[in-house]
Ligand binder design. Structure first.
Ligand code: BGC
Length: 427
């Protein structure tokens, strides 16, 4: 059992805590047992499997698990619940969050620093700069990175590709032509989940494919108005409209894993989705290259749009809870966990110093691509998954992209509105 105090103390070196958080209010306090309460949005089959890796790891160390699942992809619902738990003075031991949300909690002074664990496991050397940028705040470690996910992937049904004589498409035009072929043969070209975060996930793929890495960065990370309202963005909306022809009419509200199931079941040829979708194939005992194919969205091969789930821990005066927080952080960052978790989750390790031989073919390729992108400055934060811009901007992008998807809004109007909404969300 790790019995070290965390560097920085509680409250003293932090920014003033803007939220009411009575020291005795955490769940384990009343129970007096060794238990962690963990808020997360990992509710699909593969996500629950992956979470089980952490749960078992802690169980082996005699630590109980109180799960606090909040269904809803990309954590949109989970973040609202987390806010209400913290503001009512009852934070969980820890929570799964994405980059800008972690930063936000740190700015409020709500988090336990993980510096001792980070130092003993050399986090500074093993995690890439793109993740450190969010897992650290003002020189302190504020989150334990579970993995690296990336969003510019296509998941394909292999037997449908074989049946229809479809080769892996290399260009946007080939990509569209292959969906057209599937549609003409009575299948769906694209499995699509009509939720704002999924609309935005697909759209960021289209933006990257249309404008390339520099344009993506300028528009979505630098939030440059001239890129947001540009001919290239208009073209991206045109391409989005083109893609939408290959989805079905029942897509509104559909969860991402149900869309994945449509590819698994041979109803649809492709899904454009982050690599958590691969977890669902693996959870169904399907093999890459044999039962399904994974490839980078045509036109995006040069770059990787990423996100990483961070486990943040909330401040507590309770010594035992702080020890449990350290134990959990140490478990998450360990090499064995990083591999085992990603095997179930569909991701690749957040640590960059591990061998790829225990990863499946998609993950081995993805891991190498993440490393190469990190070296070439083309590892860029996902807009849809909290690594490109603050939540208000992300939500503004969700609004415009979803309005476009659910109406016949012209592309030039959409680009104009996007630029205006993003600007408004920053003021
Ligand atoms: C998270 C993944 C999760 C996915 C679907 C992403 O934002 O990073 O861990 O599986 O959303 O909910």
């Amino acid at each position: 059992m790790i019995a070290r105090r965390l560097i920085g103390g509680i409250g003293c070196t932090l920014l003033p805590l803007a939220l009411a958080m009575p020291a005795s209010s955490w769940a384990g306090d009343q129970q007096g047992d060794k238990q962690v309460e963990v808020l997360n949005w990992w509710t699909s089959g593969s996500e629950a499997q992956a979470l089980g890796v952490l749960k078992s790891d802690l169980a082996e160390q005699g630590i109980g698990w109180k799960n606090m699942p909040v269904a809803g992809g990309a954590g949109t619902n989970a973040m609202a619940v987390l806010r209400s738990r913290v503001t009512s003075g009852n934070p969980p031991t820890a929570a799964q969050v994405l980059g800008f949300d972690a930063r936000d909690w740190a700015q409020r002074g709500a988090l336990t620093y993980l510096d001792d664990v980070a130092q003993s496991q050399s986090w500074g050397e093993v995690f890439p700069a793109a993740i450190k940028n969010f897992a650290q705040h003002e020189g302190h470690w504020i989150g334990a990175p579970f993995e690296v996910h990336s969003t510019n992937w296509v998941w394909a049904n292999k037997s449908l590709m074989d049946e229809l004589g479809i080769e892996q498409p290399e260009s946007w035009d080939d990509f569209i032509a292959s969906m057209q072929k599937a549609q003409e043969a009575g299948y769906l070209g694209l499995a699509y989940g009509g939720q704002p975060w999924q609309d935005a996930t697909v759209f960021e793929n289209v933006v990257l494919a249309t404008g390339g890495a520099d344009f993506y960065r300028q528009a979505f990370i630098e939030l440059d108005e001239s890129a947001l309202n540009s001919d290239t963005m208009v073209q991206a909306f045109d391409r989005m409209r083109e893609l939408l022809q290959y989805k079905d009419d029942n897509s509104p509200g559909r969860d991402w894993n149900l869309a994945t199931a449509m590819v698994i079941n041979g109803k649809a040829l492709y899904q454009i989705m982050g690599d958590w979708a691969k977890g669902e194939f693996i959870n169904g005992d399907l093999q890459p290259g044999q039962d399904f194919m994974c490839f980078r969205t045509p036109g995006t091969q040069e770059a990787v749009t990423f996100n990483s789930d961070l486990m943040i821990m909330f401040q507590t005066d309770n010594e035992q809870q702080r020890e449990l927080q350290s134990t959990m952080a140490r478990a998450i960052a360990s090499p064995e966990f990083q591999i085992a978790f990603s095997q179930a989750k569909g991701s690749v390790p957040a640590r960059m110093d591990l061998a790829a031989d225990q990863l499946d073919a998609c993950a081995a390729k993805g891991y190498q691509q993440v490393k190469a992108a990190a070296d070439h400055n083309t590892l860029m934060g996902s807009m849809a998954h909290g690594y490109a811009a603050q939540a208000s901007v992300k939500n503004a992008v969700f609004d415009i992209v979803s309005s476009f998807v659910n109406s016949s809004m012209p592309s030039d109007t959409a680009a104009e509105q996007l630029a205006m909404a993003v600007q408004g969300a920053q003021s």
